[in-house]
Design a binder for this molecule. Structure first.
Ligand SMILES: *Cc1c(COP(=O)(O)O)cnc(C)c1O
Length: 470
């Protein structure tokens, strides 16, 4: 007797997650033609930062300030106390940062770089060295503006896009120790530890590594400052990947992570689910007094720091939502979904898949292009041309020039970042992105490089202009 076929087919495995929210408001996006996109790209000098948002279909330029707020955050916007001094929203924000991040004092700033500016101005003196686990653009720029020299102390695996190391953001303890021996502890105002490391592909730092950095620096009396921009995502990776932490809540892991540091700079535009905002949080009272004085010059009074009351309220509420285990699982789950789709299609990406973005390996796309022909910048342009997807270069253009020699820095990684805003796009959008990246990969042999025709002095990747080489 024949069994009916319908009974013999195995069921697909159950999907492990879906978003813990539903959509209440939608924002229509304009569809463009290939001709529209060619014109827009030429007008933007082949720099995706110079494209108009209305010419973009799926915007993966950054996850910074591009996330969707919840109804609870929007409700909080109506409760803005727009007093110049002592707004109740400031006290709510202060309390929330103290509760979830654990620092004693909070200075609000308009965004992360405002906090970096305050911290670098106060702590970095000309001739100082600031070790960090790979540089971040604005962080290093502020350290250098204050007269310091950034020294990369990330583990070597971070520079290898094929390494599957689960904590590629870890600090190389031997390199840090060697730097301390070479320049002396008194020339190092703090070690800057980014959790996660954006420029390495959104790669986390392990709890054990941070604890070891703490032990080492305490012996030398050196502070640790966290770049806590994506610390919640880092805490999630610790929960998933590090032995002994699987049963702990992300909120608890975040508190412990921060407890190994003396201060943090924070861009609320990432983890904290707001369109604008940031803070500097410190434990030392003397440092707090200086920062809350200096903030008046550059951002605003120490109870608003360049933010409206409503924005502080939205950020306080965003922090609470950001540490929810279901939220962070779905957020990183979506990034992993895109990464796995690309791997299945044979598109070269940085492994393992990071927290906020999937990074295309432009060197593997275009081995025929020299780094001086800006392969990652060229790839970002081709991706926009194919389907209107906007990504960002993270390679030689972002790395800038050496302060001493004026030559380009030549980073080992030449990447294009597909950054996923939180709670904004659907799985169907991710499918379009994967198919477009695969089409650009299939056309890789025809790709040509770029020539830079305008180079701004600071953070050139934002405003540089290019032409396609003939
Ligand atoms: C975005 C970011 C910053 C700077 O924050 P802004 O809010 O953009 O000024 C600093 N560090 C890291 C790791 C970031 O991703």
């Amino acid at each position: 007797m024949n069994t009916p076929a319908v009974h013999s087919r195995p069921r697909p495995a159950r999907r492990s997650w879906a978003e813990p929210w539903k959509v209440k408001v939608v924002e229509p996006i304009r569809m463009t033609t290939p001709e529209d996109r060619m014109c827009a790209l030429a007008a933007a000098g082949y720099n995706t930062f110079l494209l108009k948002s209305e010419d973009v279909y799926i915007d993966l330029l950054t996850d910074s300030g591009t996330s969707a707020m919840s109804d609870w955050q929007w409700a909080g916007m109506m409760l803005g106390d727009e007093a110049y001094a002592g707004s109740r929203n400031f006290y709510h924000l202060e309390e929330t940062v103290q509760q979830y991040y654990g620092y004693r004092h909070v200075v609000p700033t308009h965004q992360g770089r405002g906090a970096e500016h305050l911290l670098s101005t106060i702590l970095v003196e000309p001739g100082d060295y600031v070790p960090g686990n790979m540089y971040f653009t604005t962080t290093r720029a502020h350290q250098e503006l204050a007269g310091g020299t950034f020294v990369d102390v990330v583990i070597p695996e971070a520079h290898d896009p094929a390494s599957e190391h689960p904590f590629k953001g870890n600090v190389d303890l031997a390199a840090l120790e060697a730097l301390i021996a070479r320049v002396g502890a008194q020339r190092i105002p703090y070690v800057c530890v980014a959790v996660t490391v954006n420029m390495a592909g959104g790669q986390p730092v392990s709890m054990a590594n941070l604890r070891a950095v703490r032990e080492l620096t305490q012996r030398h009396g050196i502070r640790i400052v966290l770049d806590a921009t994506r610390a919640v995502e880092n805490a999630y990776f610790i929960q998933q990947r590090e032995a002994g932490h699987h049963d702990r809540k992300v909120a608890e892991l975040l508190r412990e992570l921060c407890s190994y540091s003396d201060a943090c700079t924070m861009s609320g535009k990432k983890d904290a689910l707001v369109n604008i905002g940031g803070w500097l949080a410190v434990n030392e009272t003397g440092l707090y007094e200086e920062a809350s004085n200096l903030v008046v010059l550059y951002e605003g009074l120490h109870t608003y720091g360049g933010m409206a009351g409503r924005d502080m309220e939205a950020m306080a509420r965003g922090i609470v939502e950001s540490v929810d285990d279901e939220h962070i699982k779905a957020r990183i789950g979506q990034v992993e979904y895109l990464g796995h789709a690309l791997i299945e299609m044979g598109v070269p990406i940085v492994r393992p898949i990071g927290g906020h973005a999937v990074y295309l390996d432009a060197k593997a796309f275009y081995p025929h292009l020299a780094q001086e022909a800006f392969p990652a910048q060229a790839l970002a342009a081709y991706l926009y041309e194919d389907a209107g997807i906007r990504a960002m270069e993270r390679g030689i253009v972002s790395a800038g020039r050496s302060k001493e020699t004026g030559e380009h820095h030549h980073p080992a990684l030449e990447l294009v970042r597909l950054t996923i805003p939180r709670r904004v796009y659907t799985q169907a959008h991710m499918d379009i992105v994967a198919e477009s990246a695969a089409a650009v990969f299939d056309a890789r042999e025809r790709a040509v490089g770029l020539r830079m025709i305008h180079e701004p002095r600071y953070l050139r990747f934002f405003q540089a202009r290019f032409e396609r080489l003939a």
